[in-house]
Every structure is written in structure tokens, then in C-alpha cells.
Design a protein around this ligand. Structure first.
Ligand SMILES: NC(=O)C1=CN([C@@H]2O[C@H](COP(=O)(O)OP(=O)(O)OC[C@H]3O[C@@H](n4cnc5c(N)ncnc54)[C@H](O)[C@@H]3O)[C@@H](O)[C@H]2O)C=CC1
Ligand SMILES: O=c1[nH]c(=O)c2[nH+]cn([C@@H]3O[C@H](COP(=O)(O)O)[C@@H](O)[C@H]3O)c2[nH]1
Ligand SMILES: [K+]
Length: 411
């Protein structure tokens, strides 16, 4: 620089230039040039829109896949300020029960309780699993009235174990309400110096969850990422996927009754008469329920669904890590280009965009958001090696594993 004047150096491409050359780019084909930092990281506000009417405090959505989002993941996402979309690879009754299970809780995990009936005897310590206690209920499962508790430490001291648990169980158990918030439950544990607190359904006395002091530390240990995603009903927000066939209308009724806060039309190619019909049906039948259309990758597809009334769009075709769409149907688009193009058109109508699939690291999340997406949908990145939820020795571990994943994403 001769006289101190700043010479304007042509450097890199503007997105307008880059994405209008006819090429299709994936996330890994593009990178942003660094700018200038004049703010602290914790002043970054991650709040965003999932749809026209629903807000999230972190831009993370878990994918409607049977290896990713059931009740436990949906709870994890809502706890941290994102949302989970429960898959529809099940019966509508089961999908509705998964929604209810996530929405009926105020604390961010589902414990898989071990229950016995009063006449049972406990013969081996294995029967406690990884739990500090076993619950005694009228019918021996968690759906019936809590009668007492057997502590593993007490059971081990028993000289003679082959007796009915009703002979030695602890009867007057201190329990909390399943409607307790995390802080309420934690303060009861603290005030009464308890190691564990069964949370009981106030109506039928059934035991819903087991809350332990170690859970309090784990959850308190999470960084305060954002406010939990709560619906107008004060319960955790949960979404659900449906298809576009006629019988999906009946599925939708079950899901609405279960309290789903949003529905995602789960198609690999969303620009179809079927999807447009379904969007119109949802908006007419449930005017207060937001519907996310997709998947789309072009402005043309996006316009059709926006005109049909979609409250949000899901972008991605062949972008998913296990996606076969491009191999099978020879259609699709590089995800960076797809997000940029669809976001550009959707922004004109104020319709938020979910960048769906192909997220393998937090850099991809940043790219999707900078290219115009309002939120990012993840499958395998959250589900680890795509293990089905059932293989975890406890839902709680499966769930906390995902919370750690999400922390890694957002921090
Ligand atoms: N990024 C990607 O490539 C994506 C892939 N997927 C995967 O694909 C799965 C399902 O997607 P699709 O196979 O497209 O299922 P789909 O149900 O959307 O459509 C499959 C075919 O069924 C027919 N069809 C749909 N609705 C109909 C109706 N009402 N009447 C008559 N025929 C109808 C249409 O020919 C359509 O092409 C999802 O569950 C997901 O696993 C989903 C989203 C994105
Ligand atoms: O072609 C496909 N066949 C499938 O079976 C399938 N399952 C999920 N998906 C899509 O991939 C997204 C998740 O992608 P990631 O695991 O990369 O996050 C998901 O959100 C879906 O959009 C599929 N695509
Ligand atoms: K699916």
C-alpha cells in the first residue's frame, strides 16, 4: 500500500457468483474466507425458526429415522433447545405413543425402570441391572401403583434372599410427581438428602421415572445451550413424520391427538401432486399445525410447496450419508448449492429451510446456516454408528450419548 490507502483486492467469490456458474457444490467443495472478529463467542445468538410459527434456541433437528429419533432423542433435542422429528417407520398408534412419552415428561430423560411384583423374590444381583434400586408395583410393571422399593445395598445384606420382596421392601418411599421440573426434582433430592427419587404419576400412582443424584450432576454439567423447546402447552416440543398416502391422514389424526407440534412430510422428492394435496389437507384440517414440505433441492420445487402452504421446507436429495436417492433415481443436487438456491427463494416468502443430511461435522452446520438454512437436520451424526436405540443397555445412556453429540455440535 503506497500512501496508506486500502487497495481493494479481488479475493474469492461472492455466493451470488459462485452459485450461478451452473456447477453443483457439496459442503466440502466450498469454504468461507475469514472476516473480522469484533464479538465474543458467547454473544452469538443461536435462536432460529423451524417453521413460520415455531422457534428454536439452537438450530438442530434430529432426523425422522428409526435409528435416530424416538422418544429419548426427541427429549434430548427439546431439552437443549432443538427438536426431534419422530419417524413413521411404525404404526400410527406406536408413533403417537412415542410422542406422548416425550411430551409427558418434564425432565430430559427416560429411565428404563426395573419393577417386580410383591410376591416375587430377587435371586441374583443381575436383576438390578445398572440401577441402585428395583421398584415393587402392584402388577410388577411400571404401569401400576408403586408399593415399595428394594435397594441393591439392602438386598445384598439379606442373609436369606429366597423370600417375597414384600417381606423386606421399603414401604414409605419418598417420591416426587412426574410433573416435577428438573429443578423441582433436584431440590427435593437435595432437601431430603436422597440418593434417588421415584417420579410418580399423580393420577394412578404408577412410577414413571427414577431420578438420581448422579443424573442431576450430569444434566447440570451440560452447557446452558439454549432454553428448552416448549410448546404453548408448556410441554417439550416434539415433531413427527408422515407420508403422503391416503392412510397417512388417519396417522396424522393420532399424532395430533398425541400433541405433535409439527409434521414433516417425509418424501425423497417433495414436489409432487401427492405432497401438494397433503399440505393443503393438513392446513385445512389442522390450521394451527405447521407442516414442513420436502425434500426439495431446486427453487422450482420450493415454489410449488410454498404456494401449497408449506410452513417450512426440508432441503436435501441424495445428501444423506446413507442416501441412495441419487444412485437409485439419478436425481439430486450438491447440498451446498441446494441449500443456497432453495433458501434464496424461500426467504422471499419468509419460509424457513431445514438443511437435511450430509452433516458430518460442525463445519457443515456452519456452512448450511451461512448458505441460508434456518436449521440443520442430522441423522447419522447424532445416531453414532446408526445403532438402533434398543441396543443401548439403558435409554439414559443412549440419550446422554446424544446430548454429548449435540453439545459438540453447538459449542
Ligand atoms: N434426502 C433424501 O434423499 C431423502 C430420502 N428420504 C427417504 O425416502 C423415504 C420415503 O421417501 P419416498 O420413497 O419418496 O416415499 P413417498 O411416500 O414420498 O413416495 C414414494 C412414491 O409413492 C407414491 N405415492 C406417494 N404418495 C402417494 C399417494 N397419495 N397416492 C399414490 N401414490 C403415492 C409416489 O409415486 C412416490 O414417488 C423416507 O422415509 C426417507 O427414508 C426421505 C427424505 C429425503
Ligand atoms: O435415500 C435415502 N434413503 C434412506 O433410507 C434414508 N433415510 C434417511 N434418509 C435421508 O438422510 C437424512 C439423514 O442424513 P445424515 O445421516 O447424513 O444426517 C434423513 O433426514 C433423510 O432425509 C434417507 N435417504
Ligand atoms: K424416514
Amino acid at each position: 500500500m503506497s500512501n496508506g490507502a486500502v487497495v481493494q483486492i479481488e479475493d474469492g467469490f461472492s455466493s451470488k457468483q459462485l452459485f450461478n456458474q451452473g456447477y453443483s457444490y457439496t459442503y466440502d467443495d466450498v469454504i468461507f474466507l475469514p472476516g473480522f472478529i469484533d464479538f465474543a463467542t458467547d454473544s452469538v445468538d443461536l435462536t432460529t425458526k423451524l417453521t413460520g410459527n415455531l422457534n428454536l434456541s439452537i438450530p438442530c433437528v434430529s432426523s425422522p429415522m428409526d435409528t435416530v429419533t424416538e422418544s429419548s432423542m426427541a427429549l434430548a433435542m427439546a431439552t437443549l433447545g432443538g427438536i426431534g422429528i419422530i419417524h413413521n417407520n411404525n404404526t400410527s398408534v406406536h408413533q403417537a405413543s412415542l410422542i406422548r412419552s416425550a411430551k409427558s415428561r418434564q425432565i430430559p430423560f427416560i429411565s428404563d425402570l426395573i419393577c417386580v411384583s410383591p410376591s416375587d423374590s430377587i435371586d441374583s444381583v443381575e436383576e438390578f441391572g445398572s440401577k441402585p434400586c428395583v421398584f415393587v408395583t402392584e402388577s410388577g410393571n411400571s404401569k401400576s401403583k408403586l408399593l415399595g422399593v428394594v435397594l441393591k445395598s439392602d438386598w445384598e445384606k439379606l442373609s436369606y434372599k429366597d423370600v417375597a420382596v414384600s417381606d423386606y421392601m421399603l414401604k414409605d418411599v419418598v417420591s416426587g410427581s412426574s410433573k416435577y421440573s428438573f429443578e423441582q426434582a433436584a431440590s427435593v433430592l437435595q432437601a431430603k438428602k436422597l440418593e434417588y427419587l421415584p417420579l410418580v404419576n399423580e393420577v394412578d400412582g404408577s412410577v414413571v421415572d427414577l431420578f438420581t443424584a448422579s443424573d442431576v450432576e450430569r444434566i447440570r454439567g451440560f452447557p446452558k445451550l439454549g432454553n428448552p423447546s416448549l410448546g404453548t402447552d408448556g410441554e417439550f416440543m416434539v415433531g413427527a413424520a408422515i407420508g403422503t398416502r391416503e392412510q397417512e391422514k388417519e396417522r396424522l389424526e393420532h399424532l395430533v391427538k398425541a400433541g405433535t407440534n409439527v409434521v414433516v412430510l417425509d418424501s425423497s422428492q417433495g414436489n409432487s401432486i401427492y405432497q401438494i394435496e397433503m399440505i393443503k389437507y393438513v392446513k385445512k384440517t389442522y390450521p394451527n399445525l405447521d407442516v414442513i414440505g420436502g425434500n426439495v433441492v431446486t427453487a422450482y420445487q420450493a415454489q410449488n410447496l410454498i404456494q401449497a402452504g408449506a410452513d417450512g421446507l426440508r432441503v436435501g436429495m441424495g445428501s444423506g450419508s446413507i442416501c441412495t436417492t441419487q444412485e437409485v433415481c439419478a436425481v439430486g443436487r450438491g447440498q451446498a448449492t441446494a441449500v443456497y438456491k432453495v433458501s434464496s427463494i424461500a426467504a422471499q416468502s419468509g419460509v424457513p429451510v431445514i438443511a437435511d443430511g450430509g452433516i458430518a461435522n460442525s463445519g457443515h452446520i456452519v456452512k448450511a446456516l451461512v448458505l441460508g438454512a434456518s436449521t440443520v437436520m442430522m441423522g447419522s451424526f447424532l445416531a453414532g454408528s446408526n445403532e438402533a436405540p434398543g441396543v443401548y443397555e439403558s435409554q439414559v445412556d443412549y440419550h446422554f450419548k446424544h446430548i454429548n453429540c449435540i453439545q459438540r455440535i453447538v459449542l
